[in-house]
Write a new protein. Structure first.
Length: 435
């Protein structure tokens, strides 16, 4: 099939490349010419394991091209995926849909034959209705069909998530496009993905409800971890004990720092503000947002306790600053709250991240990037494990740490408290008693 992906951000690029790998003819379009030129030269703008090889292979096989010419790319294609950003509006909680509607306006002038227009971006319920209205201004009803087909890709695991999804949700109000999309996804359906055809509005809401639910699960276990700290219980036992109940499930029950990234913080806010518009109070999700916002303060409080409130001139080494492992994404990472606060209190912060230097900390004069793990750990008073990269899972602290007084605060519970204590290391973690 002939596909056009509008927007070569995370969603558009990964989906476009994967669709081409399934044998489709794909044009990835972006108005950012510099980005397109780089992609044409094989330079990938995002960090996603395995993506560059997939791009190279499909460009070589002539199934994948990059262009900044939206009009012509749309004319050549049968299925158009809108994959532009829907960030939170400045100073509010609503999703900013200006890019979506901007694309819809351009599309409305380029429909030379019947096309399926799909929102893959996360859009609030009823956005598809609005896109339809825009397209109807210049086109008759039989020229197009507007469909919602949300993505559920995790950064760092996106290619695997695309090829082996739990489900493919297609929200369409007509049978024709539903049939075409089922056909497009048939290679994944034969591998076991469940195909879920729904109304367009339902598909839009499934995406938000799923992300809000996962954010709730994480926040829930983080709060239970707080109780475990006071009652000397190991949160890992609770996660295992709860997760084995199939109604609950074991995933997304890992206690740690506040959830971050490009989706959960944005989508939890957007779903509550959409509901507010319909005079529905999503009070559970609202309290999840509050609890998560408070999480970094709470973990900082623990840092202060661990350092006995003596922060000034303390050498603090941060391991990992991205919001999770296997990504270079800093969006809404809890390190953005914690590091500036520690620096304000006079700590000397060094950080190491496998994805390198971060511009976000440039303005803090006592925050420094360390080029290697060992230079980061050198002479630290406190080591904070912030992100769960594999590189940090088997550090020989006993060998590396020269100063016997160095403290370790493992915010991801990567190490066993028993083994760390046996090795005479001053180890603290999350939700496993206070020590
Ligand atoms: C998420 C959704 O999982 C994906 O389906 C959607 O399409 C986009 O948003 P992503 O933002 O890439 O994906 O990250 P994810 O792996 O879901 O993690 C989100 C946050 O939750 C991270 O900060 C992570 O550290 C945190 N998390 C996750 C936990 O704290 N505990 C867990 O058990 C799981």
């Amino acid at each position: 099939m002939k596909l056009c992906m509008i927007g070569t951000g995370y969603v558009g690029l990964v989906s476009g490349v994967c669709f081409s790998d399934l044998g489709n003819q794909v044009i990835c379009v972006d108005k950012d010419l510099t980005k397109i030129k780089k992609l044409q030269r094989g330079i990938i703008p995002i960090f996603e394991p395995g993506l560059d090889e997939l791009v190279k292979r499909n460009v070589r096989n002539k199934r994948l091209v990059f262009s900044n010419d939206l009009k012509n790319s749309v004319k050549k294609s049968d299925i158009i995926f809108i994959c532009v950003g829907t960030p939170t509006k400045k100073g509010g909680s609503n999703a900013d849909l200006s890019q979506i509607y901007g694309v819809a306006k351009e599309l409305s002038k380029s429909l030379n034959k019947f096309k399926i227009i799909i929102t893959k971006s996360t859009v609030p319920v009823t956005t598809g209705d609005e896109i339809e209205k825009i397209l109807l201004k210049n086109n008759s009803k039989n020229k197009f069909s507007v469909v919602s087909n949300p993505e559920f890709l995790r950064e760092g695991e996106a290619i695997r998530d695309f090829i082996y999804p739990d489900r493919v949700v297609v929200g369409s109000n007509d049978k024709k496009s539903n049939k075409i999309l089922k056909n497009l996804y048939s290679p994944l359906i034969t591998k076991g993905a469940k195909y879920v055809p729904t109304s367009r509005r339902a598909a839009e809401l499934i995406k938000y409800a799923s992300n809000a639910f996962l954010a709730t699960k994480i926040t829930f276990i983080n709060e239970i971890a707080n109780l475990c700290e006071k009652t000397n219980i190991n949160i890992d036992d609770i996660s295992i004990g709860m997760g084995l109940d199939q109604r609950i499930g074991s995933r997304f029950l890992r206690a740690g720092p506040a959830y971050g990234g490009s989706c959960f913080p944005k989508d939890t806010k957007a779903i509550t503000s959409t509901a507010d518009k319909f005079k529905i109070n999503l009070s559970v999700i609202k309290s999840v947002i509050k609890s998560n916002e408070n999480r970094s303060k709470l973990l900082l409080k623990r840092v202060y306790e661990i350092l006995k409130n003596k922060i000034k001139n303390k050498r603090i080494s941060f391991l990992g600053v991205t919001f999770k492992a296997n990504t270079d994404d800093m969006r809404d990472s809890s390190s953005l709250k914690m590091i500036p606060e520690l620096s304000k209190k006079g700590a000397i912060v060094k950080y190491f991240d496998p994805t390198g230097y971060k511009i976000e900390f440039k303005k803090f004069k006592n925050v420094q990037y360390a080029k290697s793990l060992s230079t980061c750990l050198d002479k630290a008073d406190l080591i904070i494990i912030h992100t769960e990269w594999n590189d940090f899972k088997s550090i020989d602290f006993k060998k590396i740490i020269k100063n016997k007084k160095t403290l370790i605060f493992d915010m991801r519970n990567l190490y066993s408290p028993q083994i760390m204590t046996k090795n005479k290391l001053n180890y603290f973690s999350v939700g496993r008693g206070l020590k």
